[in-house]
Design a protein around this ligand. Structure first.
Ligand code: CTP
Ligand code: CA
Length: 227
């Protein structure tokens, strides 16, 4: 790999990574979330930093320490995550080099969050109205002066991985998609089997640890910038 200013391949490169679930409030004490542990995204942030990148990690609620040398920004709801991603991408005059959107963003939030705790009532349970969250990855991928040079999304699928991942690649406008078969053991697990989809092809990677997946992805990203 071609070395950057400090000898590491991604030295001088700026990266923004999202990780973990989002938490969508219902009322002050309850919320909607999902089973993402944040392990894969945290490993990607660590691997990019190891290669010399300046990494901002936008994280939903997880029980993980921030990787050494990585700036972490805590968020809860998807709308906060989107604002934090935009702030990180707009922080400098030049566009970020790398965006890796690995967060499991909740697809919906509650329409009309209650300011007080919702109480049980004789009439039965409340109905919760949902509205769709903004697609952070699609927003980041949209053409513009601050579009990162390389935008990588993840696709969590329980069936038809290739078709669904390819559809997301074109619909969202990102450059690569890491396709993740979540029908087996993924959530909270240390292992992961993924396929990297680019505009030119698909590379299935054997099941390996999330740390190894992250390392491999970071090296592919470094290769991309070398080319
Ligand atoms: N994503 C995002 N904002 C959302 C939803 C998803 O940025 N509101 C990102 C995720 O971080 C991931 C990619 O989009 O990088 C794909 O997420 P996924 O849940 O697999 O796809 P969706 O487009 O939400 O479609 P669906 O859940 O219906 O499969
Ligand atoms: Ca989704």
């Amino acid at each position: 790999l071609l070395a950057g200013p400090d000898g590491r391949p991604l030295a001088g490169r700026k990266a923004v990574v999202t990780a973990g679930p989002t938490f969508e409030p219902i009322d002050p004490v309850r919320g909607l979330t999902n089973r993402s542990s944040g392990k894969q995204g945290y490993a990607v942030a660590a691997a990019l930093a190891d290669l010399g990148a300046e990494v901002t990690l936008i994280s939903g609620p997880v029980a993980l320490d921030a990787p050494v040398g990585v700036t972490r920004v805590w968020v809860e709801a998807a709308t906060e995550m989107k604002a934090a991603v935009e702030a990180a991408l707009n922080a400098s005059d030049r566009p970020a080099d790398i965006a890796v959107m690995s967060a499991a963003v909740a697809d919906w939030r509650i329409d009309g969050v209650s300011t007080g705790k919702i109480k049980k009532k004789p009439g039965g349970p409340p109905s919760l109205a949902l509205i769709e969250n903004p697609d952070i990855l699609a927003g980041v991928s949209a053409p513009g002066p601050k579009r990162p040079k390389l935008v990588v999304g993840f696709a969590a699928e329980t069936s038809d991985l290739e078709a669904n991942a390819r559809a997301k690649l074109s619909k969202k406008g990102c450059d690569w998609i890491v396709g993740n078969d979540v029908s087996g053991e993924v959530f909270g697990s240390d292992g992961n089997a993924v396929t990297l989809f680019t505009r030119d092809g698909a590379e299935p990677w054997p099941r390996q640890s999330k740390t190894e997946v992250a390392r491999k992805l970071a090296l592919r990203i470094a290769d991309h910038f070398k080319a």
